[in-house]
Design a binder for this molecule. Structure first.
Ligand code: 3PG
Length: 218
């Protein structure tokens, strides 16, 4: 593993923040993990969130985790067993669509960064009471986008957001300009048709575009 990727939740958080955008992908075939991840790295974006929405997810994480310099997370982690399996497969951060205290504890016990999804102030306060200060705002665009981020941020100065859901290259800059946003996530960087067609060059180009807007705003 690349020396620049250190373990520990706070270091991983720093690295996510420095990248600013996180491609969220769902793979049907785990052997797509290497060419996909390498196309992102070639494009300048060395991070990937692989969801557990398919049975290929864990093996895809395992394969991606072998690529030097790539920060690999697991997405759509919905129970503590999945969290443990994803961490065992090499995931360096765990993302959930919702807030399950068992998932949060499974990750905190191992000093693995966990970013659970929230969509209301009540859920945000529940995350804070579990000791978290970074949450995924999901589905961000449906919830009001940057207006919702600003509204929730005004309630608590410590909380930071990782908005995903409906974000595009055009919408991302408005989020990245907000001090409480650590990064945005989305499938637009590695769209499903491009993955299915093995169009790695397109994904490389989209990664370069994404890192360019993030780099300009960070
Ligand atoms: C996620 O799990 O974060 C979302 O599926 C990504 O949302 P998007 O496909 O709308 O970008």
């Amino acid at each position: 593993m690349d020396d620049s990727i250190l373990t520990g939740a706070s270091e991983v958080l720093r690295q996510i923040r420095s990248r600013g955008v996180v491609p969220v992908v769902t793979l049907a075939d785990p052997s797509d993990a290497e060419p996909l991840a390498k196309s992102l790295v070639r494009g300048g974006l060395s991070i990937i969130e692989i969801t557990l929405r398919t049975s290929a997810g864990l093996e895809a994480i395992q394969r991606a985790a072998r690529i030097d310099g790539l920060l690999v997370g697991a997405g759509t982690v919905t129970d503590a067993d999945q969290a443990a399996a994803a961490i065992g497969a090499g995931a360096q951060f765990i993302v959930s669509p919702g807030l399950d205290p068992a998932v949060v504890r499974a990750c905190l016990d191992k000093n693995i960064l966990v970013i659970p999804g929230i969509s209301t102030p009540t859920e945000m306060y529940a995350a804070l009471s579990l000791g978290l200060n970074v949450v995924k705002l999901f589905p961000a665009e449906l919830l009001g986008g940057t207006t919702m981020v600003k509204t929730l941020s005004a309630l608590d100065r410590e909380i930071s957001f990782f908005p995903t859901g409906g974000i595009t290259l055009e919408l991302a800059p408005a989020y990245l300009q907000l001090p409480s946003v650590i990064a945005v996530g989305g499938s637009w960087i590695a769209p499903q048709p491009a993955i299915d067609n093995g169009d790695w060059r397109r994904i490389e180009r989209l990664a370069t575009e994404a890192i360019a807007i993030s780099g300009a705003l960070r």
